[in-house]
Ligand binder design. Structure first.
Ligand code: FES
Length: 198
């Protein structure tokens, strides 16, 4: 075999080897890339809307569901609670829900809700993200004689009323967030979607 023939054969071998290694290399590179690019089932589920059955939710009581890894509170308010909301305007920072990011348009009303008696809120304080506690009782010793029920954040003492509206002179800057939601039936809420009627 001449030197030229050997060189040509060797070059072909090297080219073929490189092509194979290249293809394998692309395969190895692609798998982790695709795996990291495609959302996992768990991640997809974490962001998915969540259904809440409120048929057993009694007046004055609160239930919690998890949506996007956040607690979402659902409270059934009484007629008295709704009437009390109207008396608080002077004590609140944003009584008319004018900070638009804090609720969908359909909850920019006196009760901050789609149905007056049902309140739906993300249970995370708008100051530094603690989870406030539900304090529906009237005039408890620690919250004062003018307390008409609401939510109290134990981290830095922010207070919110029974519509999630923030009081003045507390660290939390804005009202609690009303998440997107709608009624699939009279007793079922889908949290995480606005629905067609929005
Ligand atoms: S985190 Fe709620 S008051 Fe600071």
């Amino acid at each position: 075999m001449s030197t030229d023939t050997v060189d040509v054969a060797r070059r072909r071998f090297l080219v073929n080897s490189t092509t194979v290694v290249g293809a394998v290399g692309v395969g190895f590179v692609c798998v982790p890339f695709l795996a990291s690019w495609m959302p996992s089932e768990r991640a997809k589920n974490a962001g998915a809307p969540i259904e809440a059955d409120i048929s057993k939710l009694e007046e004055g009581r609160m239930m919690t569901v998890e949506w996007q890894s956040k607690p979402v509170w659902i409270v059934r308010r009484s007629e008295k609670t709704l009437a009390d909301l109207e008396t608080l305007t002077e004590s609140l920072r944003d009584p008319n829900s004018e900070v638009v990011d804090q609720q969908p348009e359909y909850a920019q009303n006196a009760a901050r809700s789609r149905k007056a008696e049902i309140l739906v809120l993300v249970g995370i304080c708008t100051h530094l993200g603690c989870s406030p506690t539900y304090r529906p009782e009237l005039a408890p010793v620690d919250l004062g004689s003018d307390w008409l029920g609401g939510f109290f954040c134990p981290c830095h003492s922010s207070k919110f009323d029974m519509a999630g509206r923030v009081y003045q002179n507390v660290p939390a800057p804005t009202n609690l967030v009303v998440p997107p939601h709608y009624y699939v039936t009279d007793t079922t809420i889908l949290v995480g979607q606005d629905g067609e009627a929005a």
